[in-house]
Write a protein that binds this ligand. Structure first.
Ligand code: 13P
Length: 259
């Protein structure tokens, strides 16, 4: 699928069950008008997907994703969701390697690679999340961490599949902390990510792969982040739970996204 930049992702994490999801959609749809020049994708808990879809049935511009999958297609894997199940439920995007999966649940780079492979294999868009811990940044290892997570994370994809993926740079120290990367620091890592992608698929294809930023994105810093060089969109946690805040974020960068 063609993903138009800027890309606005709302990662609800373990928040908003079906009841709250419906309420959210009803008010968000009032606040954010359909806009052709951007992509808006929600990543609710898998349990809320059906309710979200139904509540948003008049709004095909509000796309859906899931927050994680297991790489097997089906079977005896209690508690897990697979790429085919996510697709059947209406998801078009899947996050892989989110920092909470890596650091709370122990997903390794190799696990993430298998997940990315399974997502792309199902025709869904993998959103590969990468980002360094604070002590890795302080030791000057941020670039090496991002390089390793990207190279291993994309290792099961061929060039064509890489060209259809999305990369999200989320410095772990900026997630849920209220501490955002300065736009020049975000740009520096995004430039590196673009360079890595160019090495994998060539310059032209790498240009069209969205590289988005995540970590304490709020209405008051969205314009600054979106205008930063090489930042093609954002992945929002906390602020995506509030319809007003997220509608404000999704209207950034043009003025036509909101009324
Ligand atoms: P916050 O916006 O709450 O910092 O979360 C960012 C994030 O993890 C998005 O995936």
């Amino acid at each position: 699928m063609i993903v138009r930049a800027p890309f606005f992702g709302g990662n609800w994490k373990m928040n908003h069950g079906p009841t709250e999801a419906r309420r959210f959609v009803e008010s968000f749809a009032e606040l954010h008008r359909t806009a052709e020049d951007r992509t808006v994708v929600f990543f609710p808990p898998a349990l809320s997907l059906a309710e979200f879809r139904e509540a948003a049935s008049g709004r095909p511009d509000l796309l859906l994703g899931v927050q994680d999958i297991y790489w097997e297609k089906q079977g005896a894997f209690t508690g897990a969701v697979s790429a085919p199940l996510a697709k059947d439920a209406g998801a078009q995007f899947v996050l892989a390697g989110h920092s909470e999966r890596r650091h709370v649940f122990g997903d390794s780079d190799e696990d993430v690679a298998r997940k990315v492979g399974a997502i792309a294999g199902e025709g869904l868009v993998p959103v590969l999340c990468v980002g360094e811990l604070l002590d890795e940044r302080e030791r000057g290892e941020a670039d090496a961490v991002v390089r390793r997570q990207m190279e291993i994370g994309l290792s099961e994809l061929d060039r064509e599949a890489i060209a259809s993926a999305i990369v999200a740079y989320e410095p772990v120290w900026a997630i849920g902390t209220g501490r955002t990367a300065r736009s020049e620091d975000a740009s520096a890592v995004h430039r590196l990510a673009r360079e890595i992608l160019s090495g994998l698929v060539g310059n032209a294809a790498a240009r069209s792969i969205p590289i988005i930023y995540g970590g304490s994105v709020k209405p008051n810093n969205i314009e600054d982040l979106l205008s930063a060089e090489e930042v093609d969109g954002v992945l929002v946690g906390g602020a995506s739970l509030d319809p007003e805040a997220f509608a404000q974020i999704c209207g950034a960068g043009s003025g036509s996204g909101q009324h």
